[in-house]
Design a protein around this ligand. Structure first.
Ligand code: SF4
Ligand code: SF4
Length: 298
């Protein structure tokens, strides 16, 4: 994009945090103005629309009008999670959608709110501009919480991270013998509960904060693990690593259980449906003895 870049800020339903970050980009420390970017106050003066917040009933028509008035090349950037998924405003009765369901959106910058540097970098990338490599400019403070990193050796796919996620940002999906743990940056508020609660310290929030994408579907990070088949019915039902982890933990906590290692393992290799079919101990013993050779072969 050549020539002057003029940004018009549009906010419909949000907390205003992302809008404040856009304005912060204009202070000397963040140098958005050095890239030849200005913030203007009417859409007629602008060629870039920076949207923060989800869109409510009243905002829908205003957004369409603002987009119509934009000058070419009509670049639209969704800034922050509410502008990507509606986030915490999702269930609000007047909400009609994230902006990309109403007008075309070119770029998405995840965050709650995105860091000013992430916005500046995103704009620079959209403009094809180069930014200074100054440590004090780009450095993140101690304890900064950015993008996630999975340790695929440690992650057992238990889904505990998804259960504690404050923003419902982690999906646990299963397909063809695999389980996928997917962090969606359209929802993540970077609270780090997932990191704190992971039993194997497999998920960490790094200092990486660059979140620009032109494809909403790529705003995520995913880890995959193998699932284990039920020893009785053959249905995939639990991550293989989780079986090992649980066994190890039981035996570490209660050393006497080591004597029952094989029985414990056999019981754990039955899915919930098959376990429910065991009506009493006698049936359980019968089933386990039938299964033993099969289980040994797994
Ligand atoms: S990251 Fe941790 S909590 Fe999440 S699925 Fe993997 S092991 Fe479980
Ligand atoms: S940091 Fe983890 S727990 Fe917090 S919102 Fe993001 S995915 Fe959820």
């Amino acid at each position: 994009m050549s020539g002057k870049t003029s940004i018009y800020r549009f906010m419909s339903a949000g907390c205003n945090g992302c809008d404040v970050q856009i304005l912060e980009c204009l202070v000397p420390r963040y140098k958005l103005a050095d890239l030849g970017v200005e913030v203007v106050f009417t859409p007629e003066e602008a060629n870039v629309l920076a949207i923060t917040g989800g869109i409510n009933v009243k905002g829908r028509e205003e957004l369409k009008k603002a987009y119509e008035k934009l000058k070419p090349p009509k670049l639209v950037v969704a800034v922050g999670n509410c502008a990507i998924t509606k986030e915490i405003f999702d269930k609000g009765y007047p909400m009609v959608g994230p902006p990309d369901q109403i007008i075309p959106v070119n770029f998405y910058i995840s965050g709650c709110p995105p860091r000013p540097q992430a916005i500046v970098t995103a704009v620079a990338k959209a403009l094809g501009a180069t930014l200074e490599e100054k440590e004090e400019y780009w450095a993140t403070p101690e304890g900064f919480r950015g993008k996630h990193e999975f340790d695929s050796e440690k992650c057992m796919g238990c889904g505990a991270c998804a259960q504690v996620c404050s923003s419902d940002a982690i999906d646990v999906l299963e397909d063809n013998g695999k389980r996928f743990i997917k962090v969606d940056y359209g929802h993540c508020s970077f609270c780090a509960f997932c990191q704190d609660e992971c039993p194997t310290e497999a998920i960490k929030l790094t200092k990486e904060y660059h979140m620009l994408t032109d494809n909403r579907n790529t705003a995520n990070v995913t880890n995959e693990v193998d699932l284990f088949k039920c020893a009785s019915c053959g249905t995939y039902f639990i991550p293989a690593r989780q079986v090992e982890w649980a066994l190890q933990r039981i035996e570490n906590e209660v050393s006497e259980y080591k004597d029952f290692h094989r029985n414990l393992r056999t019981a754990m290799e039955l899915c919930h449906t098959c376990r429910r079919k065991i009506s009493n101990i006698r049936n359980a013993k019968k089933l386990l003895s039938q299964l033993s050779p099969k289980v040994r072969a797994v």
